[in-house]
Ligand binder design. Structure first.
Ligand code: HEC
Ligand code: HEC
Length: 357
């Protein structure tokens, strides 16, 4: 079913685009015709994935757009100090997370309050960041660029720097078919780069698609426990149902992070954070929105014994005896961790298309 759906999308893009002699093609979008002046990249929805939420037809990734997005992603000019690029906090070998600091670490060594999130499968997400403050991938980068503790820059100043640069004006023209360095184009190029970051080749994915892999007995046992005790939130191929929940972490007295309430203003959303995808979880340590837990063992010990109560604690964690947590035996913890490691996608974290050099 899914494959058929995707083939229809490819055929649709293909049939909507008409090639002219100079490599230009015109794609029909909801906003009318869009001229693409360099080859389109093949954005493929994996067979075991849901539909993309990002509108590929509004901003189809092209070879030059992707290359421009990648250059911008690794360029310190987007920050006030000329050093802290997106890639500084989002390091590919850790599924685009950051490790030397538990919470993020920006210009002038300033420390943020949250752990850098992995970047993968962003084309399938409804909202972005731990509290869903960003609802559109194209505008998400405004947050790190302008945050005082991250890149501490203004978008207009970044554009001035890029427009005065030796190479960027040509790269923007090649990517978008006409002269002009603009914020809109910069964000579109960053999105073209990030949208292509599809991670779908873990052992778990291959098994889901019926490819030639088998789980060990331990991985199978771990999967059964995961399906029974974790998959209600860490659901499906993306390993998240994309909801916001309070999983019983004690309030950090320094950060005092109220989570989703910051965005909605609703007391019901107090201390709720987006259910994170567990894809590549083996390499994205430390864990939780503020990186307070160092290892997967720590996470499982937290789920069995570390939760605290609060009015918005998810009902699933309330045990009949009045305590909070999930019952997992020591043997089951070993099996769960074996399963969680099947979610590591080495093809993605080693994919040269996304690497700085
Ligand atoms: C100083 C470190 C830092 C820098 C620099 C940085 N980020 Fe992030 N990034 C983070 C942190 C921390 C979060 C989580 C933010 C939150 O929840 O409030 C995040 C979240 C994100 C997300 C949301 C992911 C998701 O699954 O919802 C995206 C997308 C992203 N960053 C892209 C970028 C881009 C593009 C740049 C460069 C323009 C960038 N980041 C620069 C630390 C950084
Ligand atoms: C009721 C929903 C729910 C259930 C059930 C649940 N989780 Fe979570 N999980 C969350 C939320 C929400 C977070 C993020 C909390 C935060 O950082 O504030 C999270 C965070 C995590 C993290 C850290 C991820 C990261 O990127 O830092 C891991 C690992 C994890 N959960 C594993 C599990 C496992 C294994 C189970 C089953 C034993 C489980 N979870 C059950 C909601 C849930």
């Amino acid at each position: 079913m899914k494959i058929t759906k995707y083939l229809i999308l490819i055929l649709f893009i293909w049939s909507c685009s008409s090639e002219s002699g100079n490599g230009e093609s015109v794609i029909t979008t909801d906003d009318g015709p869009l001229t693409v002046t360099n080859p389109l990249l093949d954005f493929t929805v994996p067979a075991n994935f849901p539909d993309a939420t990002y509108s590929i037809l509004q901003n189809p990734p092209t070879e030059k757009g992707f290359e421009l997005g990648k250059k911008l992603f690794y360029d310190g000019q987007l920050a006030s100090d000329g050093v802290v690029s997106c890639g500084f906090c989002h390091i590919q070998s850790f599924a685009f997370t950051h490790h030397t600091h538990i919470t993020s670490h920006g210009v002038d060594g300033q420390i943020g309050t949250r752990n850098a999130q992995p970047l993968h499968n962003l084309a399938f997400m409804n909202e972005f960041t731990w509290d869903g403050a960003a609802t559109f991938l194209d505008t998400q980068p405004i947050i790190p660029i302008t945050s005082e503790v991250e890149m501490n820059e203004t978008v207009s100043n970044v554009i001035l720097k890029l427009a005065a640069d030796d190479t960027y004006p040509t790269l923007f023209e090649e990517a978008f078919g006409s002269e002009g360095v603009s914020a809109d184009r910069m964000f579109k190029a960053l999105s073209q780069f990030m949208v292509m970051m599809v991670s779908a080749n873990s052992k778990f994915d291959k098994l889901e698609r019926g490819e030639a892999v088998t789980f060990t007995d331990q991985e199978n046992a771990g999967r059964a426990i995961f399906d029974a005790k974790c998959a209600s939130c860490h659901a499906g191929a993306l390993q998240t149902d994309q909801s916001y929940r309070n999983n019983g972490l004690a309030m950090d007295p320094v950060f005092n992070d109220i989570g989703r309430e910051r965005v909605t203003g609703l007391p019901d959303d107090n201390r709720k954070f987006k259910v994170p995808s567990l894809r590549n979880i083996e390499v994205t340590f430390p864990y939780m929105h503020d990186g307070r837990l160092a290892t997967l063992e720590d996470v499982l010990n937290f789920y069995t014994d570390g939760m605290v109560d609060s009015p918005t604690l998810d009902e699933q964690f309330r045990r009949p005896d009045g305590t909070f947590g999930i019952d997992i035996t020591p043997e089951e913890k070993v099996q769960l961790i074996a399963f969680l490691k099947t979610l590591t996608d080495n093809d993605f974290i080693e994919d040269r298309r996304f690497s700085e050099f």
